[in-house]
Design a binder for this molecule. Structure first.
Ligand code: PMP
Ligand code: GLU
Length: 397
């Protein structure tokens, strides 16, 4: 038997990827599964971006690129941060990676020492706590509830800080809750960070354009903390480019150089053709992004109406991203055909087997009371899925 490292043995499989896999396996057997487990826009990548990629191949952009990305791309991202977010970053502060996922791993591995603490509000995106494990740091969770719209208060933040705290990491709009921190709410958190100058902040803004509040404010827009913020963003969600694998970080120059060095030993620069497409995405305006956002908003409203009318489900109205994270505790301990369902993960499997709808149990998001439903699917599929969920849940007695 191969003796694997403790590092990999201690790591959990990504729950989102696992449920997507289970859904696909069931589909392959001929079952009509509606997959609401994966956080992936169902739109195609806009044509002008694909055209740029085709051109890039013809122009022989097929060689290794600088590790942190083509200078033109880093500059285009710096311009985006200026024009869309009002933030000043030099191209040398941008590191382009193989997805936002790698940008997050880079930042954590460059900042966190074994034993140092990383504060993460729950619910959080599944990979956060797992990457902390790879750093041998310790995740410290701040729990939130659906009643507080899944957002932490400054008091909760301060209570979680210890002399070992190195980093605070969060996403806004949030995966899995869709919550968006307002400027005022961020200002409250910033006041706390001002008292603790050694704490860094990882701000995952990958859903910034999928928001229904008009404007998402970055915590980096507060000058007192900007130098300590690592912004994470990418093209997967805004431009429907999940398979292209491109994301980036914006940070102070020391962190950017560290990420560049780390990436140079692990993957080098991300795909050259993808990077040329990334330049086109940055320079092509936000029209297609806003079209997709309008579709997501309509779907959110449809699903909200259907979900809140399912007996036993407690749900809030998300302000961004494309997920619902309903509380399903009222079904715990209920049974169907001799089997009792005791937690959200079991309930998610029940919904897959009984309703043929794939969702993800909340445990891996740090919240075992809820399930995550992605509404990145067509309106017809969403309506059908909610009806199936309602029928299946009504069978639990
Ligand atoms: N952050 C969050 C909050 C996400 O939901 C995702 C989704 N995959 C990522 C980062 C990573 O995105 P990607 O690696 O596709 O750029
Ligand atoms: N981020 C998406 C999700 O949460 C994609 C899957 C993943 O990368 O984990 O479902």
């Amino acid at each position: 038997m191969t003796v694997l490292s403790d590092r990999i043995n201690n790591l959990s499989e990504s729950a989102t990827i696992k449920m997507a896999k289970l859904g696909r396996e069931l589909s392959a057997k001929g079952v009509d599964v509606i997959s609401l487990s994966f956080g992936e826009p169902d739109f195609h990548t806009p044509e002008y971006i694909k055209t740029a990629a085709k051109l890039a191949m013809d122009q022989n952009y097929t060689y290794y690129t600088p590790v942190a990305g083509y200078p033109e791309l880093r500059k285009a991202i710096a311009n985006k941060l200026k024009t869309e977010n009002g933030l000043d970053y030099d191209a040398s502060q941008i590191v382009v990676s193989t997805g936002a996922k790698q940008a997050i791993a880079n930042a954590l591995l460059c900042l966190v020492n074994p034993g140092e603490e990383v504060i993460i509000p729950t619910p959080y995106w599944v990979s956060y706590s797992e990457v902390v494990k790879l750093t041998e740091g310790k995740s410290v969770f701040i729990n939130t509830t659906v009643e507080q719209n899944f957002k932490i208060t400054p008091e909760q933040l301060e209570a979680a800080i210890t002399p070992k705290t190195k980093l605070f990491m969060f996403s806004s709009p949030c995966n899995p809750t869709g919550s968006v921190y307002s400027e005022e709410e961020l200002a409250g958190l910033v006041k706390v960070f001002e008292k603790y100058p050694n704490i860094y902040i990882l701000s995952d803004e990958i859903y910034e354009h999928i928001n229904f509040v008009e404007k998402c404010v970055s915590i980096a827009s507060f000058p007192s903390v900007k130098d300590r913020v690592v912004i994470i963003n990418g093209f997967s969600k805004a431009y429907a480019m999940t398979g292209w694998r491109i994301g980036y970080s914006a940070s102070n120059k020391e962190i950017a150089s560290a990420c560049d060095k780390l990436q140079g030993q692990i993957t080098s620069g991300t795909c050259s053709i993808t990077q040329r497409a990334g330049i086109a995405a940055c320079e092509g305006g936000l029209e297609s992004v806003y079209e997709m956002r309008a579709a997501f908003r309509k779907r959110r409203d449809i699903v909200y109406e259907l979900l809140k009318n399912i007996d036993g489900i407690k749900v809030n109205l998300p302000e961004g991203a494309f997920y619902f994270f309903p509380d399903v505790t009222s079904f715990f301990g209920k049974s169907y055909e001799g089997k009792t369902y005791n937690d959200a993960d079991e309930l998610s499997i029940f919904l897959l087997e009984e309703a043929h709808v794939a969702t993800v149990g909340g445990d891996s998001f740090g919240d075992p009371k809820s399930i995550r439903i992605s509404y990145a699917a067509s309106e017809e599929k969403l309506i059908e899925a909610m009806n199936r969920i309602k029928t299946a849940l009504a069978k639990l007695k």
